[in-house]
Design a protein around this ligand. Structure first.
Ligand code: ADP
Ligand code: ASP
Ligand code: MG
Length: 406
């Protein structure tokens, strides 16, 4: 038996016409004899609206109720699609997360999946009933509704594909695949035929929101064959594969940018052992993820500056944690700067090709763009720059690494 998971994002189910079109994509798989589970997002813009409503009534203070509200957009689209599939003669039913159950931990607004008890859903698929599952939502052991973080329907789809041991997980969206960079800001961006899990993981985590980062991590872990393709055009998309399955690698596969960064600088922190452990240990304890870090050379041997980045949404909490530590670490000022963007160049080819970072620094230098912080990994170089230079930087790098379409 061949199980297929199809996921349709917000723009693909943006209105009733598009939902009817999605039904025709589902039918294409059903008539091939496949057992089809469909994961749907909320209609485009709906989650933002629900988020706004919840916030206006103080939502983020009561995250369990916030999740009840924002997860409801997916309930509507899954009902609509199941309804219409039946109307066109395809046996289908909706499955809310609690009905499967699709179990998560209780970290509301960014819950992690702990278990999918898919036996009943699978039995229903085996009786040729298409399953329509709302993306983004989960349920805790205590039967509270959770959500998986923005963009979380991708993760629902991959997790379901892993639970069903599906042959493929097709992510239908408003672009026809993964591009060398966001096609919305670089007209010359090129579609990539195949990308490795590792590269896709870096691209997603560095800001390419075409797939939620966690969905790629899950696909890599469970060997889910992932494809990103257009729901509007009938053509092959981008395959996400193991490195061995791709014969040739460019030095740089893609460029990502993330405007969601905040740069925190602590001025004149005590220059003695244990201070960095105290700062970053305390932030970790508060579940604040720190990304890039630089510590300057101490001029007088007594004090130094430490700069690092966190997600913008964590900027205020970071300041709170550090101010509480002030007596222990003794800084003179704390500066939080949100007007920064992280630009990353990514590619597994980098492992065997020196000079990638140099090209990046030179290109940005020639455009007069100052680099504030640098970090690297085996397959990535990231820099922090002023936000107003984002488009200029991404376009210049895209050209410099020979990624422009002809
Ligand atoms: P969906 O609603 O279908 O989940 P998203 O908006 O989450 O769609 O993701 C698709 C969008 O991701 C595209 O419209 C595109 O602007 C953006 N994007 C960012 N980086 C890339 C990239 N490297 N390749 C393709 N799309 C990208
Ligand atoms: N509807 C949710 C969001 O907009 C989940 C998703 O579409 O993946 O973030
Ligand atoms: Mg998405």
């Amino acid at each position: 038996m061949t199980y297929i998971v199809q996921k349709f994002g917000g723009t693909s189910v943006a209105d009733l016409d598009r939902i009817q079109h999605v039904a025709s994509k589902v039918r294409e798989e059903v008539v091939k004899g496949n057992k089809v589970a469909v994961v749907v997002s909320a209609m485009a813009g709906e989650t933002n609206k629900l988020n706004e409503w919840a916030n206006q009534l103080g939502g983020s203070k009561l995250n369990a109720e916030y999740d009840v509200i924002v997860s409801s957009g997916e309930q509507v689209t899954s009902g609509l699609l199941a309804l219409y599939l039946n109307k066109i003669g395809i046996n289908a039913r909706s499955w809310m997360a609690w009905q499967i159950p699709f179990v998560t931990d209780s970290i509301h607004t960014k819950a992690r999946i702990t278990e999918i008890q898919a036996a009943e859903l699978k039995a229903s698929l085996d009786e040729n009933c298409v399953a329509v599952v709302p993306g983004f939502q989960g349920v805790t052991k205590n039967k509270r509704v959770t959500t998986l973080g923005r963009g979380g329907s991708d993760t629902t789809a991959v997790a379901l594909a892993a639970a069903l041991n599906a042959e493929r997980c097709d992510i239908y969206t408003d672009v026809d695949g993964v591009y060398t960079t966001d096609p919305r800001i670089v007209a010359k961006a090129r579609k990539i035929d195949a990308v490795t899990y590792e590269e896709m993981l870096e691209m997603a985590s560095q800001g390419a929101k075409v797939l939620q980062t966690r969905s790629v991590a899950l696909a890599m872990l469970y060997d889910v064959r992932l494809q990103v393709l257009s729901s509007f055009e009938n053509k092959p998309g981008t395959l996400v594969l193991n490195e061995e399955e791709i014969l040739e690698h460019e030095t740089v596969t893609g460029i990502a940018y993330s405007p969601d960064e905040a740069k925190i600088t602590l001025r004149r922190v005590g220059d003695k052992p244990g201070i960095a452990a105290n700062i970053f240990g305390s932030l970790a304890k508060a579940s604040i993820n720190v990304d890039m870090i630089v510590q300057n050379v101490s001029e007088d041997g007594n004090a130094t500056d430490i700069t690092f980045t966190v997600n913008q949404t964590e900027s205020e909490r970071t300041s709170e944690v550090l101010h509480n530590l002030r007596n222990e670490i003794g800084f003179s000022d704390l500066i939080a700067d949100q007007n920064v963007t992280k630009i990353s160049v990514i590619g597994v080819g980098m492992r065997s090709q020196p000079g990638v970072a140099t090209t990046m620094f030179k290109t940005l230098g020639e455009k007069g763009i100052n680099i504030e912080v640098i970090s690297t990994s085996e397959i990535k170089v990231s820099v922090l720059i002023r936000s107003e230079y984002t488009e200029l930087a991404v376009r210049a790098l895209h050209t410099a690494y020979g990624l422009d379409s002809s």
